[in-house]
Design a protein. Structure first.
Ligand code: FES
Ligand SMILES: [Fe+2]
Length: 450
């Protein structure tokens, strides 16, 4: 008897495996959390002080003595490479009278001297000198007493430094989940990527409006018309997954999705939806391909062509993409790491958005935008870009690397104004927006826990 042919389909790569949907209700998300100082205070006491927070890139601390500050809510944390193999975090506050030890920013130091009365700390935060220490402190010589700036937990992951104010919190690895850690590791961020853009933009809205804005694709057809001819924003085409407190969608890029029908194509000046669009042509060109004039196929059949070209181009450039599956070469793997990190990940670059609350005002936030690029062998490392501070509407939007970011940002103030209206009670979310629902559900779990 002949052996039967193996007709089983190839295993689904781990990064593409569907996760279980957590149970969620369907209620309105009440708007008060975007407005209330009491809710903001609860968030600070019960959530921000208990979670792992991305502080900055490890590549900013190459030498012993390099440091940068991380401002979050009312706190400032000083991150410093205290030894060749050690990065430490401590509260950025002098133990004498409470002055901030270092202003916001970065630098290099052999020790930290508080500018007020010149108490001096070593890189581990231990007080090593203080004027008149030996005779004018009847309660005890502050140096001899072993005064030290309180430490903050600090761990690194794939070239990113995280801190946590809670000594009881799980490790960063447990917090991120094994799945997320493995998925992100496949890109080789830790070894192959460097930051090349670093902005902070002050937005006049609550920080959760920033988070919500990037946790759904429902708005694509609403405000990003130029993306419609080269991507799929439909719920069926955009798998949503959940990993512990975090979530992900995969935004399919390369060819248009099902919304791109003849009517939409004609409304954009095409003969029909088969034609190669401007967006697809741009992608082909990026990989050195020119669509043949006699191309008879459907534009959507070009996806495998693009994936193949992307892999070949990466190989020519010497980029190590051996850990990536085909979809990772084209699509935007879009992760949200609770509570405030949005990641748009492509094979050769990624965007990191960090949504920070304003120190005092629930109706303001700081939106950080960092871009990291893959450093190709022999190409050298791009210089560390200076950090740029902007305010919404000051003209920086024309310098975004993609127009979609300006379109997203333009919603921030209008959303917050709407939240203040008596005519609005809360968010009435679509199923495809359930990453927003999960984010608020996880937040509720934190703020309800004393
Ligand atoms: S407050 Fe820092 S030395 Fe006095
Ligand atoms: Fe958007």
């Amino acid at each position: 008897m002949a052996a039967s042919a193996d007709v089983s389909s190839p295993p689904i790569p781990a990064i593409l495996r569907k996760t279980a949907e957590p149970l969620m209700d369907f209620g309105l998300i009440p708007k008060e959390r975007y407005l209330s100082a009491e809710f903001m205070d609860l968030e600070w006491q019960r959530m921000w002080r208990r979670v792992w927070l991305y502080a900055g890139p490890l590549s900013d601390l190459p030498e012993v003595g390099d440091y940068f500050t991380f401002e979050i809510g009312p706190e400032s944390v000083l991150l410093v490479r205290s030894a060749a193999d050690k990065v430490q975090a401590m509260y950025n506050v002098c133990q004498h009278r409470g002055r901030r030890i270092r202003p916001d920013g970065c630098g290099h130091a052999r020790s930290f001297t508080c500018p007020y009365h010149r108490w001096r700390y070593d890189l581990k935060g231990r007080l090593i000198a203080a004027p008149d220490a030996g005779f004018d402190f009847p309660q005890g010589d502050p140096v001899a007493c072993g005064i030290r700036v309180p430490q903050v937990r600090c761990e690194t992951f794939e070239g990113l430094v995280f801190v946590n104010f809670d000594n009881e919190a799980p490790s960063l690895a447990d917090y991120l989940t094994r799945e997320v850690a493995e998925h992100l590791h496949s890109y080789r961020w830790g070894s192959d990527f460097r930051i090349n853009l670093d902005w902070t933009v002050a937005w006049p809205c609550n920080w959760k409006i920033g988070v919500d804005s990037f946790n759904e694709l429902y708005h694509l057809q609403g405000i990003h018309p130029e993306l419609m001819d080269m991507s799929d924003d439909t719920p069926a085409g955009c798998p949503v997954d959940f990993f512990g407190q975090h979530s992900r969608f995969i935004y399919r890029v390369g060819v248009p999705g099902p919304r791109w029908d003849d009517a939409m194509a004609r409304s954009r000046g095409y003969r029909d939806s088969n034609q190669i669009t401007r967006g697809v042509r741009m992608m082909l060109k990026a990989y050195g391909l020119e669509p043949q004039p006699d191309w008879e196929g459907h534009v959507k059949e070009l996806r495998p062509v693009l994936i193949r070209a992307a892999r070949e181009r990466a190989a020519q450039q010497g980029a190590d993409i051996s850990g990536l599956v085909d979809d990772q070469l084209l699509d935007d793997f879009h992760y949200f790491l609770f509570p405030n990190i949005t990641l748009n990940i492509s094979a050769h670059h990624f965007w990191l958005f960090r949504h920070r609350p304003h120190p005092r005002d629930p109706q303001r936030m700081l939106w950080d935008f960092q871009q990291f690029v893959r450093v190709r062998p022999g190409q050298g490392t791009p210089p560390r870009p200076p950090h740029q501070d902007y305010v919404l509407g000051d003209g920086h939007e024309s310098r975004f690397p993609h127009i979609a970011l300006a379109q997203d940002e333009a919603q921030a103030e209008e959303l917050q104004r709407g939240m203040r209206s008596a005519g609005f009670k809360g968010l009435y979310l679509a199923h495809q927006e359930r990453r927003i629902r999960w984010f608020h559900r996880v937040l509720d779990d934190y703020v309800s826990r004393p």
